[in-house]
Structures are given as structure tokens and as C-alpha cells.
Design a protein around this ligand. Sequence first.
Ligand SMILES: Cc1cc2nc3c(=O)[nH]c(=O)nc-3n(C[C@H](O)[C@H](O)[C@H](O)COP(=O)(O)OP(=O)(O)OC[C@H]3O[C@@H](n4cnc5c(N)ncnc54)[C@H](O)[C@@H]3O)c2cc1C
Length: 665
Amino acid sequence: MTLNSKIPQGPLKDKWTTYKDKINLVNPANKRLIDIIVVGTGLAGGSASATLAELGYNVKAFCFQDSPRRAHSIAAQGGINAAKNYQGDGDSVYRLFYDTVKGGDYRSREANVHRLAEVSVNIIDQCVAQGVPFARDYGGLLDNRSFGGVLVSRTFYAKGQTGQQLLLGAYSAMNRQIARGKIKMYNRHEMLDVVIVDGKARGIIARNLVTGEIQRHSAHAVVIASGGYGNAFYLSTYAMGSNVTAAWKAHKRGAYFANPCFTQIHPTCMPVSGDHQSKLTLMSESLRNDGRIWVPAKLEDAQAIRDGKLKPTQIKEEDRDYYLERRYPAFGNLVPRDVASRAAKERCDAGFGVNQTGEAVYLDFAHAIVRYGKEQALVKGLDTNDSALVEKLGKQIIKAKYGNLFQMYEKIMDENPYETPMMIYPAVHYTMGGVWVDYNLMTTVPGLYAAGEANFSDHGANRLGASALMQGLADGYFVLPYTIGDYLSDDIRTGPISTDTPEFEEAENNVRGRIEKLVNNNGSYSVDYFHKKLGKIMWNKCGMSRNEKGLKEAIEEIAQLREEFWKDVYVPGEANEYNEELAKAGRVADFLELGELFAKDALHREESCGGHFREEYQTEDGEAKRRKEFQYVSAWEYKGEPKDAVLHKEELVYDNIEVKERSYK
Ligand SMILES: Cc1cc2nc3c(=O)[nH]c(=O)nc-3n(C[C@H](O)[C@H](O)[C@H](O)COP(=O)(O)OP(=O)(O)OC[C@H]3O[C@@H](n4cnc5c(N)ncnc54)[C@H](O)[C@@H]3O)c2cc1C
């Protein structure tokens, strides 16, 4: 099949508007005759469900948590971007578009990214109207801060709880529709297969996670908004339940999987503390607005710190290496995440790491405390030379800006970050790869859509901070509601889709067979045993930097681990009951397939770009070296086993942006 991204003709800035003007519509009375399934009610699926129902469609929404309010989106801390230019600092739709394409290392689609930048401004208005309590400045206007990879302040935020507040907005919009009967909500239901009838997505098979009941659900179109798959690495900043299952089932039913190896490794996470850990915690990128990142400049100081003989506060200014400010003076601590992560790894690999394992750097607020403290003392007419007073006032400002993040750090690390620098290290955080979609967000299966982190998105090889919430809400509130109508306008006379067909029968049997195999396997090892092993392979061989030898080994090791899993996994309990281990087993089984495709994709991409760093392709000073031959989206077609997957290429054309060296210096 040839990939057709269906990008509209015409000048970039007019594409979306002109396209919307000409798109097929479904009249309000006919929308009542059409059912849409939305799998996932995080920010992408929640906003899509609410908007589609508001438009008049009958929506069936699914999530595996007990409420949409508990989607992984709730964890988002730092903010959401929009080209409002409220700060008057030179921002514009074009600049957001440009920053995003450059940030993604020229591996994203121009037309999609421009549309994203255009609708970013509507998202803020929509959310404010819903009552999302974005931070405001002294005069009552919406406030902004900066995130990595940009030179303006365009990030809107609600303290360190932006995702939670946005999700409450989407959730209340959903609830209005649930009350009207336009959304039927299936909490604690897990989609385990997509049903294709006559080449079109016409339903799903879901398991009620409380009773174990297997159910058939039909619709005229299916939207996958099931989030990202970073938990393939076992340790990550994702919610424990985040998984690839829905996206992977879509892939196995014909949806191509794009750029599986493009993973974001976030530079500011709490470091790994040992083998017992099952979760990593993010310290928001917003902290890089004020925190300065450093390691000791001398190896002996780093060693003394690791041995507990020296404290960071005892290291003199001239003996510190603010390595991001040194290497990237223009962007400093606000370089994009991939750049900051690799720089931290480089320093730690060279022996400058500051925790017991040697895998941590400092994020230090001492300067910011003094800076803010002096400003406050000036404003209040107090003595700016009174260092105790300055420190007290400065800490108050830091607390107001980042209080909940500091509290979280102290609770987990048992250290007071107001007094001593935080320790941070990169961790898996986001997946730019996902289900391939065209401009309409439709996958290669007609009627099957993907939104939010589940699709391969607009972020190319690296996502800029605060852009995931923007994309998820753009997809759900402003893109899908238009584009899905274009497809559904052909379905107004179809009538209800029956679930009593051979296709539903086959899919249901497929799901039942797999569940039975898992519960009856009676092996000797837990699901976590295999998941941890997979995570180690992924982190060591497909992680922050990769090479040909390691990737080849990873492909073999993952295939072997998958075989062992199916021979020797032990899933306690029954199929027809609440059984978390069973749910987890299904998800890990899918990670074991995805992991191999991930490594295969990374191996074939003989270049470094953004979150994909191949050691063989780097500049003399260790920067990523892109190659023109790889200026495409890799879209993989399922052919039975990950090793047999077939590569399709969507060539990326840059008519409006000059592709050049990606420099943040
Ligand atoms: C700690 C943290 C902080 C972050 N901070 C920011 C930030 O400040 N700014 C920013 O832009 N981005 C941030 N991100 C990224 C951002 O939060 C996510 O990319 C985004 O929220 C994903 O939204 P989503 O709706 O696509 O998926 P999710 O929120 O992951 O929702 C997935 C939904 O799918 C459902 N689901 C999954 N599988 C199935 C299945 N098989 N059957 C039924 N339902 C299923 C789940 O129940 C859930 O409802 C952060 C991420 C993390 C981890």
C-alpha cells in the first residue's frame, strides 16, 4: 500500500482553513444515527469524546481506570504551549511551528505542525472557558513561562498540575454529555482487539476488568487515544498502567506503526535508586526556568561527593561545571530534552556523576533564590544586603512557583531542595512514535483513527516540552471533530452495525484464546520478572544512545524473552474475575512484540536525530548527525512477527522551512 498523507494543497498557512471549508459535513439529524467508539479518555480521548458528543454523535468511551479523571494525563506538570504572544516577546504561529519542526529535528510533517500551532490559541480559550485555573500574573492576565528549545515564553500552566486541571476541564465537558446520554462511559474496560468488517473499523472487543466479561461493541468509526508506550522500558515516568495494547492491536489489524524507536528521554527525573524500583518520577521541565544544572568540574570532587565526604554546597563556584550553559550559551539550561539528556549522560559517563551510582547531576536553585530574594527586598524597600532576609524572600517566590514539585522531591528523596541542589537524571518519558495517521488522523485502516500520544504525532524525533498536551487537545477538540465527519458522511444510511457477525466472532475468539493461554500457562515466573528483563534490554541497548551491535543483540534477546514468556509466565487467578496480573500479562505480551519492532526500527535508521541517537552517527563534539537519506517517517506494516514487519516510507518535504544544522548554541 502506498502511504497517502492526504495533505491538502495550497499555501501552508491556508491549508487547514481551506480544507475545513470544503470538507464533507454530516447534518445534525444524521449525526444522531452514527456511533463512534473512543478508546481512552485522557486529554486526547476525553476532549474528542466530549466534542464529538456535543456535535451530536453517539459516543462510547472506554478507559481501564475507574474514572477518566485518573488517566495518565493527570500527571502532566509543567504546562501547555500556545502561540498567543501574551508576553509580547516575538512569538507567533509561525515561530511555534518553526520551533516544533526544528525541535523534532526535521522529522515531522510541516502541514500537521502548522495546524497544531494555529489551533494552539483556540485551546487556551476553550480551557479558560471551561474554568481551567491557569496561572495569572499580578494584573490578572494569563501568565507564561518558558520550556526547552525556544526563546520565548509561551507555556501556560496551572502551578505544577497543568495536566490535572486540563483533564478536569475535559472531564466536566464529558460529564455533561454523559448526563445527556450522548456518551456512554465504560470505565474499567480494556479494549483487546479491533474488529474490521469489509476493510473498515467497525468495533472493538473489550474485557470488563471487574468481572472478566468479554464484550463486543460496534460503531461506525473507532478512535484510539490510548496514550504512549514508554513503559516498554519498565522504568519510566509514565503511570504504571500505561501500555501499548490498544495501539498494538490496531497495528496487528492493519494500522501501520510509525517511528517506533523515537522515544523521549526526559533530562530532569529523580535518579534510579536500585533494583526494587517500579516507577520513576519526573521533576518538571519548568524547573529549568530557574534551576541551573551542574556537576563538579573536578573528578576528585565528584568522587568525594559520591563517598559522602563533600556536600554540593561546599563546592566553590569556580569548581562547578554548568555544562549546558558552557556548551549551549544561547539556550543554556533550556536546550531541548534530547540535548540536555545526552549532555547529562556524557558528564556522568565521564565520571562526574554525583550520586552513589554515578548517574545524577545537580539542579540548583541557590542563584534563583538570591535573585528573587533581592528583587523582593528592593520592591518592599528592605535591605538587599541582609542575606538571611534575601534568602527567606527568595524561597517564598520559589515556593509559590514550584512548591508542589519541591514537596514531591523532598518526600521521595528525603532531602530539602531549598537547602541543597536536587539530583536528577534522564528517564524515559514520552513516545513520539505511534500509530501512523494521515492529515485526518486516520490510520491505514479506514474508519480507524488515532489521537494524542497514541499516534505518531507532530513531534518528529523529539517533542518539545509542553507540546504533548497541546497536541492531544488539538486532536480532540479541534481536528478530529472535523475530519471524522468527512469520513462518516458516507455512513449516514448504514444504520446500526451488528455485532452478530463472523468478524466479531473471530475477534472475540482471538481474545478469549489468548486469555485462556495466559491463565492456564502455569509457568514459574511472574509477569514483572519478564517486564523487568525487557526493560533492561530496552534501556541498555535501545535507550539514550544506541549502536548497531547492541540493537542486533536486542532484537535477538527480545525475541527469545518473548518465547520464554509464553512458555514460562505464571498468571495467578482466573479469567472471569478482577485479575490485575492477567491484565498486566496481556500488556507485557504486547510490549514484548513492540520492543522488537522498536529495535528493528532503530537499527534500520542509520542516522542520529532528536531522541534517536546512533553512536555511529555523531559530530566531532558529540551532537546528533542527521542524514538526508533518512528524511522520512518509517511506517511498519504487520506481517505476523515483528521481524517480518515491512517498512513503508513517508518522505518528508520541507517547503516552508530551511532544513539546516539543528543548533542551540
Ligand atoms: C510526569 C509527566 C509529566 C508530563 N508533563 C507534561 C507537560 O507539562 N506538558 C505536556 O505537554 N506534556 C506533559 N507530559 C506528557 C503528557 O502528559 C502526555 O503525553 C499526554 O497526557 C497523553 O495524553 P493521551 O490522552 O494521549 O493519553 P493518556 O493520558 O495516557 O490516556 C490514555 C487513555 O487510554 C486509556 N487506555 C489505554 N489503553 C486502553 C485499552 N486497551 N482499553 C481501554 N482504554 C485504554 C486509559 O485508560 C486512558 O484513559 C507529561 C508526562 C508525564 C509522564
